[in-house]
Design a protein around this ligand. Sequence first.
Ligand SMILES: [Zn+2]
Length: 399
Amino acid sequence: MDMLIWNCRGALKPTFCNIIADLARTHSPAIMILIETKVCGDRAKMIVDKLPFDGAIFANTIGLSGGLWLLWDSSQVAVVELSSTEQEIHVVCTLAHALQRDVFFGKICLRLPGFTPCPGWWQGESVFKKGSKWIVGKESNLSLWYDKWLDKGALRSLIEGPLNRGEEHIKLKEVVNFSGWDWQSCSFTLPDKLRMEVKATPISFTAQNFEQITWSSSPSGKFELKDAYKIAKMEETGNSPGRFNGDWIWKVPTIPKILCFIWQCFYNSIPVRAVLASRGMEVPISCLLCDDGTENVIHVLRDCGSARSFWDSFPPPFPTAVFYRTNLIDWLRLNCGSTKSCVSTNLNWGTVFSFGIWSLWLRRNGVLFRGERPNRNVREEVISKATEFAYVGINGKKT
Ligand SMILES: [Zn+2]
C-alpha cells in the first residue's frame, strides 16, 4: 500500500489541485495525508470534491495555521475514524485487497512544522494490535489460532507445542456455533484456564454477519486514547501500566503548578537549549546566561553561577558533594522528597526546594527573555512563598 504525506502549506493555492492530481496519477497512493492545509470544514470539502480520492477526514485548523487532511481511495483501503483533534487523526485502515486482514493503526502527529513521522507512528501499529481485538460474527472468517479475538491475544500465542498438519487453517466458525463450542476438529486440549477464557468470550450469531474490530478495554468498543497511551507507555518502559517511576512527584508538598514543573524537569522537557537541540532544533547548547557549560536542566537549576549562589545561601541540608554531584533525576528526588528542615528557616526542605527551582526558572526566563534585572531577593521570595504554603496551603490546598 502506498501512502503519500505532503506538507502543502495551504490548500487554497491555485496550483494545489493540479499538484495533487499529478501525484495521484503518478503514484496511485491508497492514502494521502496533507498537513498545514490551513483550511477545514465545508471549504475543505469543496476542494477535496475535485480531487481523485473518495474518502476524507478533516481535522480543524488552529486559527490560521494547522489543518490536517486524511484522504483515501476506497478501492484500495477502508478507513474507519476512531477519534480526531486539531493535531491528530486516529484511524483504523483495512487493506481492501489484502487476503489476510492486515490492519494497521495510523497515528498522525502534527506537533512540529515540517512533520517528521514520529516514533509514535510506527509504535502505533503494535499499540493498536495490543489494544484491539475482533468481535466475532456468524459469517466470520477469522482464524481460530492466529486472529486476535480473545482479550489476551491470538490463541496460538497463548499455547505451546506444535499443531497437527492442516490444523492451523481451522477457522473460528468451525469450532463454535449456536449450540456452543465443539472442539472435535481440533486435536489440541486447551488448558482449563484458557478454555474458561474462551467460553467467556461473547460471540454474536445474530447481529453481525462479519467480524468487527473493537477496542478491547472499552465497554463501548470505541478507541480510547487514554488506554492506548497506557499501552504505549508500557511498551516504552517495560513496566506494567500505572507503575510510572515518577509517582513520587505528586506527593511533593508544594503547589500544583510546581508539581507539573518538577514532572517536566524529570522528563527533560523544559525548553533549555540542550533539550531543544536534542529534539532537532538548530541552537547552540552553551548556557545563554553564563556561557560556561551546557545549558541543560541541571545546569539551569543548579550549576549555573546564579543558581549555585542561590543554593549556597541556604545551604541545603546535604553535604555539598551530594547536592552538587548527583544527576538530575536523583537530585530532584532527593531534594523534593526530603523531610529535613531547611537550616535557616525550619521549613520543610522539600517545599523550599520546590519553590526554589521554580523561582530560579522564572527569574532566568525574566532576565533572558524579558530583559528584567536579576532579582537579588530570590531567596527571600522563596522563603516567603514556602512559608505561606506551609502555614496556609498544606492543609487547605485551595489557597
Ligand atoms: Zn549557566
